[in-house]
Design a protein around this ligand. Structure first.
Ligand code: VTB
Length: 351
């Protein structure tokens, strides 16, 4: 029998994944503000892939940089970790793990030095993360206080009223994070009409979702259409943070004209969804549908400063990273502040 993702392995792996997201963040952060999003992304992808090689697991990428023919690294289906050199069968001595990666979530944010760029991955036992195609997804993300209380199909004003009750404050005190896109004109108008405040973001609805589930971040919900892969990663984070995501895939016919050019014809998309096991394209996905795993590991490191994490800081004697490392078993949320010392025996560590 191949090893299950047993408790001991599981906590050990989480530390390995921390190292993986830390190096991806460091390498992309070196390119901050260069105005070269592809270069920033490549730096993160290469660093993450290299760091992943030595992880003692039989890993398989389920959400990655794209299909194999388009992405040479961390493509969907790529096997990673020390177990990748051996057949993917019961005799493989390494624990079988499914992995969703976003080596640099917010490539533009990094390229311009804007807040909330992160390096992130989620892992689970095999089958623990939905194989979501790279397409658009409508999302509603809230924190623990409102879990189970809102519905993605309810009118925006009603959801905001319930959210305000759950958070014991006025609707006018709420902040909803929304991607700043023409497709959200109506949504933005509805949030404004309901009286809530809005944080328009240029990119990064995954880190916004995490903010919504962390009290004190200043964000109370995320609404609107972003990427489906980011939706699965958000779900993995919500399992650890006791928050909630509700989501639905969005087909071309429902998209704003501006976004239509970016997506394939619906017939092609539906075929891709079916190949990935998604038979009902209109279904509402709950947190547990997107991330059904029981043993989830979620690791993220700040690249640029953000609502929850600080970005990478470089200084003469090393660098410092700020990360979130979360597991469902045991259920822990670690805020990890790492000093990577490079200055030798005379380096001074500061608080
Ligand atoms: C979405 C969002 C991501 O890119 O995928 C977005 O989920 C792309 O949307 O967080 P557009 O096609 O409208 O630009 C991010 O913002 C960053 O990867």
């Amino acid at each position: 029998m191949s090893l299950d993702l047993a408790e001991a392995n599981f906590s050990h792996l989480s530390k390995e994944f921390l190292r993986v997201v830390e190096v991806a963040a460091v390498e992309s952060a070196r390119t901050m503000g260069f105005g070269q999003r592809k270069q920033s992304d490549r730096a993160a992808v290469e660093a993450m892939r290299e760091a992943m090689r030595s992880v003692p697991m039989n890993g398989r990428i389920v959400i990655g940089e794209g299909e194999r023919d388009k992405a040479p690294m961390l493509y969907i289906g790529e096997r990673v970790g020390r177990g990748a050199a051996l057949p993917d069968d019961d005799a493989n001595p390494f624990p079988a793990v499914d992995i969703a990666v976003d080596p640099l979530e917010g490539t533009n944010l990094c390229a311009t030095g804007a807040p909330n760029a992160i390096a992130v991955l989620a892992a689970a036992e095999r089958g623990g993360l939905l194989h979501a195609p790279d397409m658009y997804m409508n999302k509603l993300v809230v924190g623990p206080a409102a879990r189970g209380r809102l519905h993605i199909d309810a009118p925006v004003a009603e959801n905001l009223r319930i959210l305000s009750e759950c958070l014991r404050r006025a609707v006018g005190d709420l902040v909803v994070s929304v991607l700043d896109r023409p497709r959200h004109e109506k949504l933005i108008a509805e949030i404004r009409a309901a009286g809530a405040r809005i944080q328009l973001i240029s990119d990064g609805d995954l880190s916004a979702g995490i903010s919504a589930a962390v009290s004190g971040s200043g964000v109370h919900a995320v609404m609107g259409i972003g990427g489906a892969p980011e939706g699965v990663l958000t779900a993995a984070a919500m399992k650890c943070l006791n928050g909630e995501i509700q989501a639905r895939f969005v087909l071309k016919e429902q998209l704003h004209a501006e976004d239509c050019a970016k997506v394939a014809e619906d017939s092609e998309t539906i075929a891709r969804m079916q190949a990935m096991g998604i038979t009902d394209p209109k279904r509402v996905y709950q947190t547990d549908d997107l991330a059904p795993g029981e043993r989830i590991i979620f690791a993220m490191t700040g690249v640029t400063n953000g609502n929850v994490l600080r970005g990478v800081r470089f200084f003469g004697e090393g660098k410092r990273t700020s990360s979130l490392l979360m597991t469902t078993r045991p259920h822990t949320v670690r805020l990890v502040d790492t000093v990577h010392v490079e200055g030798g025996p005379d380096a001074v560590i500061r608080l």
